[in-house]
Design a protein around this ligand. Structure first.
Ligand code: SF4
Length: 466
């Protein structure tokens, strides 16, 4: 799609799949705009897979499309506006638009702004979206199910893929409305997830990014239902899932990276799997704050845990572990003391990768009623101070890794060399590693390297033999 928002996701998608689809068939042509988080991206992939299974062709521009599906984000107020703008753009450029995703829980808001839309469906309503497309754009032929690639349609590059293990969330963080939009936790059976992971790896995916709203809670809703996969019993719980994924790592060389983990005690049992090389030495833990008072008001899961002690223990078990996190500054009631506590805590925790958000009200969230709103300029000032502090920490933490040997997965190659990521860096959100002069590599290659140099966020490395 040619809109600004769509550019974030679609160019790679269209480059990789549009050519597969030039089959000259008389099918309906669907354009797709995917907004929002990694979980929404997985929803987009599922919808696209179903559309392809029905014989629809996916096209990269509004002009070529007979109809456009917009998968929206409805979390922050700014994301809602971005979604409404994307819908407006699709209506203006194409005219025939089906809306789905998180903002779909507020159909009246969408139709008030854009009465022309053909249908509105909510998050995870895959069948309803496809029905709406079917109704608006009936196909002249039967489905060509054999044309769907075995690993299904991906919006990520071919060498990495998100693996969604559950929907919804049992937590009730005061700033969040995800549980109201997506419901309580529903975990996918462990054998189903492992089957999908194996299919992806066998079709060429080298890195699996495990995502959900709360990865540590995986399986609680199923009471850790036991299933069999390749003759071995696994419970539907995160440790067992990681053991199974570890087999794909050991046998087929897949990288397995965990996102959205909360620091519950049982996470301690995942760290030895990292030390053994079964899953990557990487944990994405959205701490959001460090001040106990703010965490309590945020109603964050595991906010009572002794996180600094836990981080120290994890680093003892797996010295290589890299931790990524996100933080919110300017939450209602956050005082100068709370913020100073956070900065000190960051210094001590020495988290390698950090993202920061200025608190924003979310319609319907409990936090809106909390006293002590922080003025916008204070939020901005705290945001800048935190980012500056993190720059120092990150520079220090990365410099410690100079001289180390590790592996890099290649994301892109141009005439100057290859750009990839170490085991300590996730795609899109973390730093990158430059392999200057390595022009014979290709995306998805995994090569041994020695880290030669670092700056605030990135590495430069030399490729080693092997
Ligand atoms: S853990 Fe908290 S922030 Fe994350 S989805 Fe659940 S309720 Fe929302």
């Amino acid at each position: 799609m040619t809109s600004q928002t769509a550019d974030r996701v679609t160019p790679r998608y269209t480059r990789e799949f549009a050519c597969d689809l030039e089959l000259g068939r008389d099918t309906g042509k669907v354009g797709f705009v995917s907004l929002g988080c990694a979980k929404a991206l997985v929803d987009s992939e599922r919808i696209l897979t179903r559309l392809r299974a029905e014989g629809y062709e996916i096209v990269p521009t509004y002009d070529e499309a007979d109809l456009v599906v917009v998968n929206t984000c409805g979390f922050l107020t700014s994301a809602k506006q971005e979604s409404l703008d994307a819908i407006g753009n699709a209506v203006a450029e194409n005219g025939r638009v089906v809306v789905t995703g998180c903002l779909g829980v507020e159909p009246e808001r969408i139709t008030a702004a854009h009465p022309e839309v053909l249908a509105v469906t909510g998050p995870q309503q895959y069948e309803q979206v496809v029905s709406a497309v079917r109704e608006a754009l009936p196909l002249k032929r039967d489905a060509f199910t054999s044309l769907v690639p075995p690993q299904a349609v991906q919006l990520t590059p071919r060498h990495y893929s998100y693996l969604k293990i559950s929907e919804g969330c049992n937590n009730r963080c005061s700033f969040c409305i995800i549980p109201a939009i997506r419901g309580d936790l529903v975990s996918r059976p462990v054998d189903e997830v492992l089957d999908e992971a194996e299919r992806l790896v066998r079709s060429g995916v080298r890195e699996l990014l495990v995502v959900s709203q709360d990865t540590s809670a995986y399986g609680v809703d199923t009471r850790y239902d036991a299933r069999t996969w390749h003759g071995v019993e696994y419970q539907t719980r995160i440790q067992d899932l990681c053991e199974g994924l570890g087999r794909l790592s050991t046998d087929l060389g897949a990288w397995v990276r965990l996102h959205y983990v909360y620091p519950y005690p049982h996470v301690d049992r995942l760290v030895p799997l990292m030390a053994e090389g079964k899953i990557l030495p990487y944990l994405d833990i959205p701490f959001q704050h460090a001040s106990p008072r703010v965490l309590k008001d945020m109603r964050r899961p595991a906010n009572q845990e002794k996180v600094l002690e836990r981080l120290a223990r994890w680093r003892e078990i797996c010295p290589d572990i890299a931790v990524r996190s996100t933080f919110i500054v300017g939450f209602p009631g956050e005082t100068q003391e709370d913020f100073a506590f956070l900065l000190e805590w960051l210094d001590e925790a020495e988290i390698e990768r950090v993202g920061c958000f200025r608190y924003e009200e979310v319609e319907g969230a409990k936090a809106n009623a909390l006293p002590g709103a922080v003025p916008a300029e204070v939020k901005q000032e705290r945001y800048e101070r935190l980012m500056l502090k993190q720059q120092e920490i990150s520079t220090r933490a990365l410099a410690k890794r100079v001289g180390r040997t590790t592996r890099v997965i290649v994301d892109e190659v141009d005439e100057e060399g290859a750009i990839g990521r170490t085991e300590w860096d996730a795609p899109q959100v973390d730093g990158i590693t430059f392999l200057n002069g390595e022009t014979d590599l290709k995306p998805g290659d995994v090569v041994p390297v020695r880290i030669a140099h670092s700056d605030e966020y990135d590495f430069w490395a030399e490729r080693l033999d092997g």
